[in-house]
Design a protein around this ligand. Structure first.
Ligand SMILES: [Zn+2]
Length: 102
C-alpha cells in the first residue's frame, strides 16, 4: 500500500492509502487486468499507536477482466493487509491469536 496522508484526529489517527496500481489478477481466470471499472474505499482498523486507534482508509480498484467469455468484475485484494470481508488489518488478528495469517 502507498500511504498518501496521515492526520491527527484527536482520539484516533487517520491514514489514507491506496494500492500501487499494478495489474490485478482476475479470481475467475487469473488474467491480469489494468482495466479499472471503479474505485472503492474500505476503512479498517490497524494496531493502535500511543493508545490511539489507527483507522486506515484504503482506496482499492474494481477491475474488469479482459478475457472474452469471463469479463468478471472484481475488487483487487491487498494480501497480508486487507483480506476479503474483514474490517481490520491482519496484523491485530495475528497478534490476538498468535498465529500468523498466510
Ligand atoms: Zn477472468
Amino acid at each position: 500500500m502507498l500511504v498518501e496522508a496521515v492526520s491527527d484526529e484527536g482520539c484516533s489517527i487517520g491514514v489514507r492509502a491506496r494500492t500501487p496500481g499494478d495489474p490485478a489478477a482476475c479470481p475467475g481466470c487469473g488474467a491480469a487486468s489494468d482495466n479499472v471499472h471503479s474505485y472503492q474505499h474500505r476503512t479498517v482498523t490497524d494496531l493502535p499507536i500511543d493508545g490511539r486507534t489507527v483507522r486506515v482508509r484504503v482506496q482499492v480498484r474494481r477491475s474488469v477482466c479482459p478475457t472474452m467469455g469471463c469479463r468478471n468484475t472484481f475488487r483487487e485484494q491487498v494480501l497480508g493487509v486487507l483480506e476479503r470481508y474483514q474490517r481490520r488489518t491482519t496484523r491485530p488478528i495475528t497478534r490476538d491469536h498468535g498465529v500468523p495469517i498466510l
